[in-house]
Ligand binder design. Structure first.
Ligand code: HSE
Length: 407
């Protein structure tokens, strides 16, 4: 019998208990031992709930119980999660977590402590919900040099953008529905301003490149300024707007970014809709590999956590080596990245067409049939730095969005 303790009985925590209860027999068979939830830690009481008999309010009960071999941290946030996880690892207990804030902020240190204690710190559920992506990067793809990771890593924003596109909903209605469905973070800012996707790409790129990618150094822009009219322009271009998170290695330099992009209908990420996530990994020998699936939600995320519990149970006294050095990876500023841009101008096209052509060269103009007093244009490839300088010459610009051009 392997005793586990679950820290946090919120959305993911209650999902973990539900999955273990529901799939009990299969999980025990696959673990090679019986997994038993000995404690659930939460500040709240849950009268009449299945966890009432195992509920504790004091973390030290778990820490001081030598029978607890695996601690499952699903509280979210950096503190007190970091303190509890660190103490658990130092006490020789493996930890499985879904907490990307914790992993992005302290991943390499917690991995090192796990290694020093011949136990495991596992975090498959921290990126992409149910999609297996951490483990593949750490095992199946280790033979190749990874050149790029790019994907849709936030289910809430993808759901919002999809609903705005397909249903014509406004931003607020789409966000409220995402929250009702349990996709959004407690603080929706983390989703809509791109912070959640930023932490996730920091985790994936740290694993892919072996050095710590500090999430605070990643240029991050969310979707809160994207409007229904922007989406209509994108549609006219046979494209959709997606929040993309990426980290790329090119000519000896590493670039990382989270931002909304206009994605053409021929691009595989175009059809990733709703709460689904997808992650491209490009290697020098393997070419493109894509991972796709449910990126958020109680039970998909819980299943990824429980799979880590099974892995930890199979490796109780053996560390599964993960290469994530504590040394920071040097990122190059986004001003050096080259791409096309879409720009919206709140003026009559005739009044500034010449100025735009003189400034940007051979641009492509786009107009919406039933919208007057404004127009859009798409530039040729230009560095971000040069684009920002040139844009200062154009009056009444109300929006600019990057174009995803690869593939
Ligand atoms: N709020 C996150 C998302 C949950 O929408 O993707 C999963 O990390």
């Amino acid at each position: 019998m392997i005793n586990i303790a679950v820290l946090g009985y919120g959305t993911v925590g209650s999902g973990v208990v539900e999955v273990i209860d529901k799939n009990n027999e299969a999980i025990d068979m696959k673990s090679g031992d019986k997994i038993r939830i000995k404690y659930v830690l939460d500040l709240r009481d849950f009268p009449g709930d299945r966890v009432e008999s195992v509920l504790v309010h004091d973390f030290d009960v778990i820490l001081n119980d030598p029978e607890v071999k695996i601690v499952v941290e699903v509280m979210g946030g950096v503190e007190p999660a970091y303190t509890f996880v660190r103490k658990s690892l130092l006490a020789g207990k493996s930890v499985c977590t879904s907490n990307k804030e914790l992993v992005a902020a302290h991943g390499p240190e917690l991995i090192r402590i796990a290694r020093e204690n011949s136990i495991n710190f596992l975090f498959e559920a921290s990126v992409g919900g149910a999609i297996p992506v951490i483990r593949p990067i750490n095992s199946s793809l280790t033979a190749d040099r990874i050149l790029e990771i790019k994907g849709i890593l936030n289910g809430t924003t993808n759901y919002i953008l999809t609903q705005m596109d397909v249903e014509g909903w406004d931003f607020d209605k789409a966000l409220r529905t995402a929250q009702d469905l349990g996709y959004a973070e407690r603080n929706p800012e983390a989703d809509i301003e791109g912070y959640d996707a930023c932490r996730k790409i920091a985790i994936l790129s740290s694993l892919a490149f072996g050095h710590n990618v500090n999430y605070e150094n990643i240029y991050t822009e969310g979707i809160s300024k994207i409007t229904a009219t922007d989406i209509r322009y994108a549609k006219k271009m046979k494209s959709a707007i997606k929040l993309l998170a990426s980290c790329t290695y090119e000519d000896g330099k590493y670039y990382a970014m989270v931002a909304p992009f206009i994605v053409r209908s021929s691009h595989p990420l175009y059809s990733v809709s709703g709460v689904y996530n997808a992650i491209f990994v490009r290697g020098s020998q393997i070419g493109d590999v894509m991972f796709y699936g449910s990126g958020a939600g109680k039970l998909p995320t819980a299943c990824a956590v429980v799979a880590d519990i099974v892995d930890a149970a199979k490796h109780l006294d053996k560390h599964i080596y993960t290469f994530w050095s504590e040394e920071n990876l040097q990122l190059t500023g986004t001003e050096n990245a080259t791409r096309k841009f879409f720009v919206r101008v709140k003026k009559d096209r005739a009044s500034c067409e010449k100025l735009i052509k003189d400034t940007f060269g051979d641009v492509k103009f786009i107009e919406l049939d039933d919208v007057s007093g404004e127009f859009g244009f798409v530039t040729t490839p230009v560095t971000e730095g040069s684009f920002n300088e040139k844009l200062k010459n154009i009056p009444d610009v109300c929006q600019s969005i990057r174009l995803e051009s690869r593939i």
